[in-house]
Write a protein that binds this ligand. Structure first.
Ligand code: SF4
Ligand code: SF4
Length: 175
């Protein structure tokens, strides 16, 4: 009886060695295949491919306020996007200034975006009837200081496109 148990243990021992070696060989066969056929690799070699990596078009990387080549944006500071944002990731700070017609009007002062809080739901983009917002494909957001994830989206010295400002009612209340 004791001899039978010992033989069983020895058998199990060699069976485990055999399983380990065949499993390793299977893994190495896949590695070898990709080594001699690198074109068949589907895994992205990030960050080595940083220069050529392209995300798919509707990828939501980071909210941006669109600007024209003349440094004009389309935001009339209506605050709809901030109201729709479920977690307060947007602050629209407006100010009053005199328009070309001499009337006082509301314009955007600062558009603050809290990337550290954003869940990329896209509700803000949908809420904007001026199509002033969109998502960029930028996905590298690692920073050492979390404050760097709080961004002002309107560029320095940018202004609202004049047509935009003229089509809006002045003094529209915001909530
Ligand atoms: S994508 Fe969603 S969470 Fe992010 S700012 Fe827009 S509404 Fe807020
Ligand atoms: S981005 Fe659009 S919704 Fe948000 S404040 Fe500007 S115009 Fe209004």
């Amino acid at each position: 009886m004791a001899l039978l148990t010992t033989l069983k243990s020895i058998g199990n021992y060699f069976r485990e060695i055999y399983n380990g070696v065949t499993s390793l060989a299977r893994g190495m066969r896949v590695t070898g295949k990709y080594f001699i056929q690198p074109s068949s690799i589907v895994t992205q070699q990030y960050p080595e491919n940083r220069a050529t990596l392209k995300m798919f078009d509707n990828f939501k990387g980071e909210l941006i306020l669109k600007h024209t080549e003349d440094n004009e944006h389309f935001c009339d500071a209506c605050n709809n996007c901030a109201r729709k944002c479920p977690n307060g990731s947007i602050e629209v700070i407006s100010k009053r200034e005199e328009g070309p017609d001499g009337k006082t009007r509301r314009v955007l002062d600062k558009y603050i975006y809290h990337l550290d809080m954003c869940t990329f739901c896209g509700l803000c983009v949908q809420a904007c009837d001026q199509s002033a917002l969109e998502f960029s494909n930028e996905f590298e957001h690692a920073v050492f200081d979390r404050n760097n994830l709080i961004k002002q989206l309107n560029h320095p010295d940018s202004k609202v496109v004049e047509k935009q400002a003229e089509t809006k009612e002045p003094n529209t209340p915001t909530v």
